[in-house]
Design a binder for this molecule. Structure first.
Ligand code: ASP
Length: 561
C-alpha cells in the first residue's frame, strides 16, 4: 500500500512521488490550503493539500486527529523560512495528489503530545493510543534491539535457543505459583513456570551443552515498580563450566549490549562478597554510584550507657551502623524527620543523628539528640567515620537485618536526593552468598533456589548449613539486580541433602522433583547458568522508571471463574 514510512522522507527524495500510510497527527487549515502532519511508527512528515486537487482536498478537509489516511504526493523542498531543522523530515514537505481515508477515528481520549496531562490509568486503558507516542515507540524499538543483540551474541557463542513448557509442574523460585486447572483431569492443576530452571538443567543432562531462551516466567507476587507477575528472562545454562566461565560470558554479553545499543563502555565489574556488600552497603545489590558507606560501630556502642545502642551492639543478631553524609549538616529538621519516616518503612524504630558543625570545638561543635549518651566514645566515633565539618552522621541500631535494610535504603535515597552519584554506570558481581536464610523461627529457605550448589561437601553442609556459602553470583548494575545464577548441584546425594536441610521429605522430593533426582543419576555433567530479567535490563537501559514503560501491555484484570 505504501512506498515509504513517513519518517523516512527527506531531501534525497525531492521530486519523487511517494505513497505513505499513517495517522493524522495534526491538521491545520491555512487559508484554503490544508496541512496534514502524518505520523507512523518511523516519524512525522508534513503534507500539503490544495484545493486544485478537489477530491484529495475534500478528504483532507474531513480528516481529523488519528484518522488513518493513505496519501500519494510529490516531495518538494519546503519554502525558505518554513524549514524545521529539529525534525528529520523538516526540510521537505509532500504536495498531495491523492488522499484516501482508510478509516475514521473518534476523538482520542488525549492528544499524543499532551499525554502528560492525563493520568497513567487513562494511558493504560487506551494503550494502543499511548503506544503511538514516539517516546513509547522508541522504548519498544530499543527493547527489540536489545533482545536481538542478546540472541545474536549467544548464538555466536554456540548457545541453542530451546523452548521449554509453560503448562508444567512447579519450579520454585521463592514466589507463589500461578495454577491452571486441567479440563481433562478434573481437580488437577498445572503450574506456570517461575523460571525454566529445571528444564534447562535437564537439557544439560541431555548434553545440549549451551542453552538459552528468552522466556516468559510467572511469579504470583505483589506488583512493584521493578517487578511484574509475568515477566521475561534471558535464561542461560551451560555445561562443564565454573563460576568464572558463566560470569565471563555474560559480562561480555552485557558489555557488548551496552556498546552496541547505547554506545556506552561499561567500567570494570568488581567482585564483592555478599558479606562485604552487606557490611559496607547494607544491601546485596549495592548501588556503587553513591560514595556513602556504612561503618560498623558495635564495639564503641557497647561502651555507651544508652540501651537503644548498647543492646543491639552487644546482641548476636544486632548491628549498630553509622552512615556519614558529607555536607549533610545542612539538612533541615523537617528533612531529617522525613528520612526518619522513610527508614520506618523498613522497620527502623527511629533514626539517630549527629551534625558535625565544627569539630575543633569538641562537643560544643556537635548538634545531636543522642550525643549526651556517648560522650565517652564520641571522638573515637568521629575518627572512625572520618567526620569533617559540615557532615551529618546517621545511625541504625537494631537487628542486623533491619539496620541493613533501613540504612541501606537510606543510603540509596540520600544518594538520589542529594545527587551524589559519581558515575553513570556502576556494575559489579556479588558472590559467595549464604546457601540459606533463616526466618524468625529458624526455618531455612534457599537464598536462591534449591538447585544451587554449595561450596562445601554434603557432610560439611549438613554439619553447619547456616554458615554454608553457595556458588551463586548476581550481576548488579546501579543498585538493581540485573541477573543471578549459580553453579548447580549435579550430584544426587548433594541434591537430596539440600532437600533434607530444607525440610523437604523424601516423598515430597520424589513427588515434586523426582524427575530431576532421577536425571541426576544418569550422567549429569557439572553445569551452571544465569538468568537476566529482560524487563529490568531494558528499563535501566532506556532510563524508564517503571517496567510498565518498557512492556507493551499490562496484565488485565482477572475474570471471575
Ligand atoms: N532460575 C534462576 C532465576 O530465575 C536463575 C538461574 O539460576 O539461572 O532467578
Amino acid at each position: 500500500m505504501r512506498s515509504h514510512y513517513c519518517g523516512q522522507l527527506n531531501e534525497t527524495l525531492v521530486d519523487q512521488t511517494v505513497t505513505v500510510c499513517g495517522w493524522v497527527h495534526r491538521r491545520r487549515d491555512h487559508g484554503g490550503v490544508i496541512f496534514l502532519d502524518m505520523r507512523d511508527r518511523d516519524g512525522i512528515a508534513q503534507f500539503v493539500v490544495d484545493p486544485d486537487t478537489a477530491e484529495a482536498f475534500a478528504n483532507a478537509d474531513r480528516a481529523r486527529s488519528e484518522f488513518v489516511l493513505r496519501i500519494t504526493g510529490r516531495v518538494r523542498l519546503r519554502p525558505e523560512g518554513t524549514q524545521n531543522p529539529n525534525m528529520p523530515t523538516g526540510m521537505i514537505e509532500i504536495l498531495a495528489k491523492e488522499v484516501e481515508v482508510l478509516n475514521t477515528a473518534v476523538t482520542p481520549p488525549f492528544q499524543l503530545d499532551e499525554h502528560g496531562k492525563v493520568g497513567e490509568e487513562v494511558r493504560l486503558k487506551h494503550r494502543y493510543i499511548d503506544l503511538r507516542r514516539p517516546d513509547m515507540i522508541e522504548k519498544l524499538r530499543l527493547r527489540s534491539r536489545i533482545s536481538h543483540t542478546v540472541r545474536a551474541y549467544l548464538e555466536n557463542q554456540g548457545f541453542l535457543d530451546i523452548e521449554t513448557p509453560v503448562l508444567t509442574r512447579a519450579t520454585p523460585e521463592g514466589a507463589r505459583d500461578y495454577l491452571v486447572p486441567s479440563r481433562t483431569h478434573a481437580g488437577s492443576f498445572f503450574a506456570l513456570p517461575q523460571s525454566p530452571q529445571l528444564f534447562k538443567q535437564l537439557l544439560m543432562v541431555a548434553g545440549f551443552d549451551r542453552y538459552y531462551q528468552i522466556a516468559k516466567c510467572f511469579r504470583d507476587e505483589d506488583l512493584r515498580a521493578d517487578r511484574q507477575p509475568e515477566f521475561t528472562q534471558i535464561d542461560i545454562e551451560a555445561s562443564f563450566v565454573e563460576e568464572s566461565d558463566i560470569m565471563g560470558i555474560t559480562e561480555a554479553m552485557i558489555r557488548q549490549l551496552f556498546q552496541e545499543v547505547l554506545k556506552v563502555e561499561l567500567p570494570e565489574f568488581p567482585r564483592m562478597t555478599w558479606q562485604e556488600a552487606m557490611d559496607r552497603f547494607g544491601s546485596d545489590k549495592p548501588d556503587l554510584r553513591i560514595p556513602l558507606e556504612l561503618t560498623d560501630v558495635d564495639d564503641l556502642m557497647q561502651q555507651v550507657d544508652f540501651k537503644v545502642f548498647s543492646g543491639p551492639a552487644s546482641a548476636d543478631d544486632g548491628r549498630v551502623a553509622a552512615l556519614k553524609v558529607p555536607g549533610g549538616a545542612k539538612l533541615s529538621r523537617k528533612e531529617i524527620d522525613e528520612y526518619t519516616k522513610f527508614v520506618g518503612i523498613y522497620g527502623a524504630k527511629g533514626l539517630a543523628w549527629i551534625k558535625v558543625n565544627e569539630r575543633a570545638k569538641g562537643l560544643e561543635g556537635l548538634q545531636s539528640p543522642i550525643v549526651k549518651f556517648m560522650e565517652n566514645i564520641v571522638e573515637e566515633l568521629l575518627d572512625r567515620v572520618g567526620a569533617e565539618d559540615g557532615d551529618i552522621i546517621f545511625f541504625g541500631a537494631d537487628k542486623a537485618r533491619i539496620v541493613n535494610e533501613a540504612i541501606g535504603a537510606l543510603r540509596v535515597k540520600l544518594g538520589a536526593d542529594l545527587e551524589l552519584y559519581t558515575q553513570e554506570w556502576a556494575p559489579l558481581w556479588v558472590v559467595d552468598f549464604p546457601m540459606f536464610e533463616a526466618d524468625d523461627n529458624g526455618r531455612l529457605s534457599p537464598l536462591h533456589h534449591p538447585f544451587t550448589a554449595p561450596s562445601c561437601t554434603p557432610e560439611e553442609l549438613k554439619a553447619d548449613p547456616a554458615s554454608a556459602l553457595s556458588r551463586a553470583y548476581d550481576m548488579v548494575l546501579n543498585g538493581t539486580e540485573l541477573g543471578g545464577g549459580s553453579i548447580r548441584i549435579h550430584d544426587q546425594t548433594m541434591q537430596s541433602t539440600v532437600f533434607e536441610i530444607l525440610g523437604i521429605g523424601e516423598e515430597e522430593a520424589q513427588e515434586k522433583f523426582g524427575f530431576l533426582l532421577d536425571a541426576l543419576q544418569y550422567g549429569a555433567p557439572p553445569h551452571g547458568g544465569l538468568a537476566f530479567g529482560l524487563d529490568r535490563l531494558v528499563m535501566l537501559m532506556v532510563g524508564a522508571k517503571t517496567i510498565r514503560e518498557v512492556i507493551a501491555f499490562r496484565k488485565p484484570k482477572a475474570l471471575p471463574v
